[in-house]
Structure formats: structure tokens, C-alpha cells
Design a binder for this molecule. Structure first.
Ligand SMILES: [Zn+2]
Length: 262
């Protein structure tokens, strides 16, 4: 800041950093109160900075260039190579998505709570979606951590060929609002279709294996094999499509009786 020669520019920088800080506090209060859907973009602009330049302006003059801002930003970007996208639980993290879009909420464009690691597909699917209503507020990975609740379920929806339909099955501990939000999130990111496609690939891949397990021990052995595969996966990821696929197949008597041809 000391090297900033122009007094007007220095004033603008100071005002913007105050605005960024106040915006962050306002954002957190709304998040804690479950009122993110009530926030308006107009409350998160930077006075004195053109709307279309604001984001670039904050990146270059604001938080990212301060020591703290840089460290937080780098930590968020430095996700492990195999880190799964927290929005779909499947894709690889490729970028930071702005939970509240940066174009409409420029004062939050480098706020760590507004930056969510995402895969390319989820980043694209979300676009500039904003929470319109309480029940259409997408799940926020840091604020709505539901990973330890078992909420993903599937059913066999077709038999020739066998295919799985995935859906949100809210646990009894959830209230109606969380269930609605989870369903909205599921639709927004196209998770039913994504998981169904992956499950079908898995099914094709294990068909030969199922035939030999069945030949060795019949229906019961197929069921035991599928249940074991499910448990191994669900222990680590209670809502992973792979574990849910195996569990759904294990629980379906008709499937376990075969045949396992296409
Ligand atoms: Zn994703």
C-alpha cells in the first residue's frame, strides 16, 4: 500500500478492502442464519469500481495480493491430485467455483467461504446460478456437510438391460428444507444421470465375474459377493455411487438370481 503513489487510488483501495471485509461478514451472518437466498448482488458491489472490472480489480489490487489472501487462495487451489469434487463426489477438482457468482457478487470473489473446489462439469452446470429460494439454495460443501449421513439411494429401474436409477433418500434426521435442497442440488448438477451412467459401466465390467461367482455358489454367493463389495466402498464413502450400486444389486433378489447377460 505504501508504494501506491496516487492518493485517489489509495483511498479507493482502502475503501474496497473495507467493503470486501464487510461483505465477508455479511455473507457469514446470512450463511449462519440460513438466509443466503435473501442476499442481493447490489449489496456486494464495490463502490467506485466499474461492475465489469470489479472482479479483476479485486484479484489484482485486493485480497489475492495481500499475504493472507494469497495463502488462503493457494491452499484452496492446492487440493490433492485425486481430490474429488465436493459438489458431485465424483469428478476431479479442476477449479474454484464461486458459490455466489463473482460477476454479481464481486466483493466476495476472493472470500474463502465463497470459493468451492469443483470439477469442470459441476463448474459448468452451476454457471451463475444463485439461490432463489430457501429450498433452491444449492448445498454448500463447508456449510452443509452431509457426507456422513447416508442419503444416496438407487433402485433397479429397468431389466433389459439392467439399469439403476439414483435418487435422494433423506435420512430421518433431516428436516424438510434440507431434503428439498439436497434434491435441488442433485438435479442442478445432473447427478442422477451421472451416477446411472457410471453404474452401468460398472455393471458391464462385473458381468463376467458375476457369472463365475454364480456358477460356483449360486444366488447366495452372488449376494454375499455384492454385499462385501458394497461394504468395502460405503465405509469410506457412504454416498459414493459405486458403493450404492453394489448395495442396490445385493438387495435385489431377482438380480442376484441372474442371468447376468446383457
Ligand atoms: Zn463435480
Amino acid at each position: 500500500m505504501a508504494s501506491t503513489k496516487d492518493a485517489g487510488r489509495r483511498g479507493l483501495l482502502l475503501a474496497a478492502s473495507n467493503d470486501v471485509e464487510a461483505a465477508g461478514a455479511h455473507f457469514r451472518q446470512a450463511a449462519q442464519a440460513g438466509r443466503l437466498h435473501e442476499l442481493l448482488g447490489v449489496e456486494f458491489t464495490l463502490p467506485g469500481v466499474q461492475a465489469d472490472e470489479a472482479v479483476q480489480w479485486v484479484y489484482t489490487n485486493g485480497m489475492v495480493n495481500t499475504r493472507t489472501g494469497r495463502v488462503i487462495y493457494d491452499q484452496l487451489m492446492a487440493a490433492p491430485e485425486d481430490e474429488r469434487c465436493p459438489l458431485c463426489g465424483h469428478g476431479m477438482v479442476r477449479s474454484l467455483d464461486h458459490y455466489l457468482p463473482k460477476r454479481m457478487f464481486p466483493a466476495l470473489c476472493v472470500d474463502p467461504l465463497n470459493l468451492v473446489p469443483a470439477c469442470a462439469d459441476c463448474n459448468h452446470a452451476k454457471g451463475e446460478t444463485t439461490p432463489g429460494l430457501a429450498r433452491t439454495t444449492p448445498l454448500h460443501p463447508y456449510l452443509d456437510n452431509i457426507d456422513n449421513d447416508s442419503w444416496l439411494d438407487a433402485r433397479i429401474a429397468g431389466t433389459a438391460p439392467v439399469w439403476l436409477e439414483f435418487y435422494v433418500n433423506p435420512p430421518p434426521t433431516w428436516d424438510a428444507l434440507l431434503a428439498d435442497r439436497a434434491r435441488y442440488h442433485f438435479d442442478l448438477f445432473g447427478l442422477a444421470s451421472l451416477f446411472s451412467t457410471q453404474a452401468n459401466r460398472t455393471l458391464s465390467g462385473i458381468r463376467r465375474q458375476l457369472m463365475s461367482v454364480f456358477a460356483a455358489g449360486g444366488e447366495d454367493q452372488v449376494r454375499a459377493y455384492l454385499a462385501e463389495e458394497a461394504t468395502t466402498r460405503l465405509v469410506h464413502r457412504p454416498n459414493g455411487w459405486e458403493g450404492v450400486t453394489y448395495r442396490t444389486l445385493a438387495e435385489d433378489d431377482a438380480f442376484c438370481r441372474g442371468p447376468f447377460a446383457l
